[in-house]
Design a protein around this ligand. Structure first.
Ligand code: URA
Length: 283
């Protein structure tokens, strides 16, 4: 890696963004947290549950306390992470409407992205949409407006939907995380996992006929698949959670940001769009 690439990496990771007036000594706070949580580890030898890697088909109910094992070397950060996931699940489960969900997410402080973002970017579209798209994370323009897919990717996405005769206004659009990652970096696994209960609940509330994961990170997050997007696209999957009365037809497609950089892939994207249109017509 040359010096320029190293510098760029630091900028992409958000090292140039101020998140507070005073610096925080993380070595000190994690040592304090470790002492404070020592009693949690030994007092709550909880049964396994609340797995951070739960697939959409795994039960969503979970204990309030994170799963820990007596005497295990679980770090304070890991305990905190499990606790935040558990809190997110409970908050999401209680939401009956999109407004409830928005209120729950606004009150949730368990995702670090919230500290650096300007606005919460939850979703855009009708609650009874037949088609739902879930992308990766808001970018700069989305952060400014508090609306998903309104930047350059959104412009292409709108044109793609128009090309199959579906106006964007008829589609529910959301993301895997609800705050812009600093410098548009990829959300970390922790950030994605802690937001997952909320996007799962949004999918349950909307219960679309067709769910489209826009880009590989979204497909990995929601479909529990790990292959690259080129292998995942063009196929149907079923998305199911315990609260859904019936499974949802789900697929994955190239992210418009990728299509802007790699226009040759628009040909595949066109096939995917036609496949989605056919599935909606069949339902
Ligand atoms: N890219 C995404 O994945 N989501 C947005 O909202 C904008 C760009």
């Amino acid at each position: 890696m040359d010096n320029h690439a190293v510098l760029q990496w630091h900028i992409d990771m958000g090292c140039d963004e101020c998140v507070a007036d005073e610096p925080i000594n993380r070595f000190e706070t994690s040592a304090q947290a470790a002492v404070a949580s020592a009693s949690v580890v030994s007092d709550h030898a909880a049964p396994a549950g609340g797995s951070a890697a739960a697939s959409p088909t795994a039960p969503t109910s979970s204990p309030q306390m994170p799963a820990t094992t007596r005497g295990s070397k679980t770090s304070a950060a890991e305990i905190d992470s499990q606790l935040q996931i558990s809190n997110a699940r409970q908050a999401a489960e209680n939401a009956q409407t999109i407004d409830d969900l928005r209120t729950a997410i606004e009150a949730f402080d368990g995702c670090a992205l919230k500290k650096t973002a300007t606005n919460l970017v939850l979703c855009d579209g009708p609650a009874d949409a037949r088609l739902m798209l879930v992308g990766e994370a808001p970018g700069a323009e989305e952060d400014r407006q508090g609306v998903p897919f309104v930047g350059p990717s959104g412009v292409l996405l709108n044109a793609m939907l128009d090309s199959i005769g579906i106006p964007r206004e008829q589609v529910m659009i959301s993301n895997s995380v609800f705050w812009r990652p600093p410098g548009n970096r990829t959300p970390t696994t922790q950030e994605t996992v802690v937001c997952r209960p909320f996007i799962e609940r949004l999918i349950e509330i909307v219960h679309p006929d067709v769910l489209v994961c826009v880009g590989a990170p979204s497909a990995h997050n929601l479909l529990g698949e790990s292959q690259g997007i080129s292998r995942l696209r063009g196929k149907w999957y079923t998305y199911q959670t315990p609260k859904l009365s019936a499974p949802i037809n789900a697929t994955a497609m190239f992210h418009p940001a990728y299509l802007l950089r790699t226009p040759i892939k628009k040909r595949d994207a066109w096939h995917d769009l036609l496949m989605i249109k056919r599935k909606l017509a069949d339902k």
